[in-house]
Every structure is written in C-alpha cells, then in structure tokens.
Design a protein around this ligand. Structure first.
Ligand code: SF4
Length: 346
C-alpha cells in the first residue's frame, strides 16, 4: 500500500496552492491539471512539457488511480460492453451504444448496488463501495477514446444508468459531471448527460437546489405504489407522492422536465390499466416517457412484453398528449442492455 495521495483528488485550486508551496509557477499547475483531465495522461512521465525534476517531485508525492479495461465484448448490433478493473481489484461495467445519430456511453457509479430492484442483474450484487469521481470520469474518458477509434468520432451523450444508484453517490456523481463538462475536461454540454435514479427524493431536491443542468430520468416501471413496492423496495420510503413532490420542486428550480423510464414487463405492467396509472402520474409532473423493452435476466420471473401490448400501451399515452417513445434495448447478446450489467464474463 502506498501512502501517496491521488493527485486527481485535488481541485484545480488545490493543485495551484500546492505548486505555489513548492515554489513553482501557477501555470505549471494548470498544465498538470490539463494532463490529468483533458489529455488523459497515464503517468507523470507522460507530462512532456514539465521538467524532469518536476515530474520526479510529483512522482514522489502523488500517485494516480487508474482504471483499466479488463474485458471488451462487442454485440452484433455494434454495442460494446466493457468490464473495468479498478485499482483495488473491484470491477464495474460501462457500455458504448452506437446509433445512427448518437454515440452514447452508459456508465456506473457504484460497485454493485444496495437497492436490489427485483428485475435487475446489478441489484443481485451486493453494494461494495461508491466510485470516486475520477473512476466515474475515467469510464467516460476511456469509452470516448474507444468511440473515436471504433466509430471515428467522440461521444455525443452520456447516461448514468450502469451499475449503482448515482444519487446515493451524489457528491462523486456531481463532481464527475463537473469534470466531464469543464473546459479542461471533456467539455461536453450538460444537456447531453442524463442521470438516472431509482427515486431518491431528497437528492432529487438537492439537484434542484444545486441548479443542476444535466437531464434527469426516473426509473419508474410502475405508477401505482403497490406494484412499484413489489419490484423496487426503495418505493417504500420514497413513494410516488413523495417523488412527485420532489420532481415538481426540481422542475421549479431547473425548468427541466423529467423522463420516466418504464421497462415494460409481460403481464405485470403492460395493461391499459397500467397505462392509465402512468397517465395519471404524468399529469402530476412535467415529464415524458421512455417505454423500454425488457431483456430476460436469469433468476428473475420477468418476461418481455408482447409487441401488440407495447404498441397499445404507447398509443394510449400518446393519444392523451403524453410524449411516449418505445426504446429497443441494445446489446442483448452480450448482457449490456438495461438491468443486465452484472459483471458476467463471457
Ligand atoms: S435498477 Fe438501478 S437502482 Fe435498481 S438495483 Fe439495478 S442498479 Fe440498483
């Protein structure tokens, strides 16, 4: 074990202060910051515009936590799933999803997840720990490089929908967003980033208070409490009424409508009565709906809904003025689709 501090845990100001304390000019700190967050240096040795002596001083006092690609699986539809190995040996997964117009990275915020939603493969893994913001950022940086190599251009969108509940790792999630959007980082527009939550009302309000500019998605999957309790235990402490109140607060603060993610399961939440519940909930909160087709996950009783039911469900909502789109899951053959990330190799 090393006692050296991870240099990437320092803010730009802290780094400048450190450089002044060792008699170096401030602009040197800015150069290092750029190497760390923009130029994706892998070591102090890479920082070629610093003197050998300065690189040696940094090496003596600091270290880097790096994440590495452990495995890479490409689906027949072009989706690529990555298993990332963290510095302590834990693994998380990320996905690159190419479509005609977009290159989207889906990334993780925790090792495992504590919420144990019934339909989710990640929920079957115990939550081990939160990711540091640099570990969240690195997934994006690596997938961005992969996108350029594989598809000739960088990422257009990022979704925090991989392993873990982002709002239960709020500080690191938001700091990773800051790094992704800052000029010395990937300089992506906040509106191209979506944070998806299972519904932590307190943190949704916090996002509002913090003036968050990213998009917010709520994994809803059922719009009546009894049903939602049966698949998402978090609903018992953050029920629909509490969530509606938090989302309206968030809307007042940010003027941003939420997207409800609704995985449609055969004979569970695919009837017109279910669509009515969803319509009623949509009327309480400025929102739109993504209806997501399900991929069977081993060890869960859920099945993919029939196509005619999905179409009727979507039509019911659209006919009543709700913006509802049906989304096909991607990367099914490699377990990269929604709710399937579970560190399964091979
Ligand atoms: S759906 Fe999200 S919140 Fe629920 S168990 Fe899976 S990763 Fe956790």
């Amino acid at each position: 074990m090393t006692n050296k501090k991870d240099i990437r845990s320092l803010t730009a100001d802290e780094l400048r202060e450190y450089f002044l304390s060792i008699g170096q000019a401030k602009y040197r700190a800015d150069q290092v910051y750029q190497w760390l967050w923009q130029k994706a240096a892998h070591s102090f040795e890479d920082m070629s515009n610093l003197s050998k002596e300065l690189r040696g001083t940094l090496e003596e006092h600091f270290m880097f936590h790096e994440l590495s690609v452990h495995t890479r699986q490409k689906s027949t539809d072009g989706t690529i799933k990555y298993a990332f190995k963290l510095s302590d040996g834990n693994m998380v997964e990320g996905v690159l999803i190419p479509t005609a117009k977009r290159l989207t990275a889906c990334i993780s915020t925790q090792v495992g997840c504590s919420l144990a939603c019934e339909f989710c493969a990640t929920g079957k893994l115990k939550r081990m720990r939160n990711l540091a913001y640099s570990e969240i950022y690195d997934q994006v940086a690596v997938i961005n490089e992969e996108a350029k190599a594989e598809y000739g251009k960088g990422l257009t969108n990022i979704v925090y929908m991989g392993m873990g509940e982002p709002l239960l790792n709020y500080k690191n999630t938001m700091e990773s967003v800051a790094k992704i959007t800052q000029e010395e980082g990937l300089h992506m527009a906040a509106k191209r980033i979506t944070i998806s939550t299972a519904g932590i009302a307190k943190q949704i309000k916090q996002m509002g208070d913090d003036g968050s500019r990213v998009k917010l998605a709520l994994s809803l999957h059922a719009a009546n409490d009894e049903k939602r309790n049966s698949i998402m235990a978090i609903n018992e402490s953050n029920n629909l009424e509490v969530l509606a109140e938090a989302l309206n607060y968030y809307y007042t603060k940010t003027q941003q409508a939420v997207t409800f993610e609704y995985i449609i399961f055969k004979d569970f939440n695919d009837s017109i009565d279910d669509a009515k519940d969803l319509l009623n909930f949509c009327r309480k909160v400025p929102s739109k709906v993504n209806i997501i087709e399900y991929n069977d996950v081993e060890g869960t009783p859920f099945k993919k809904a029939d196509q005619d039911k999905v179409d009727a469900f979507a039509a019911y909502l659209e006919d009543r003025g709700v913006i509802a789109k049906v989304r096909r899951s991607r990367g099914k053959d490699i377990d990269a689709a929604c709710g399937q990330l579970a560190n399964k190799e091979g």
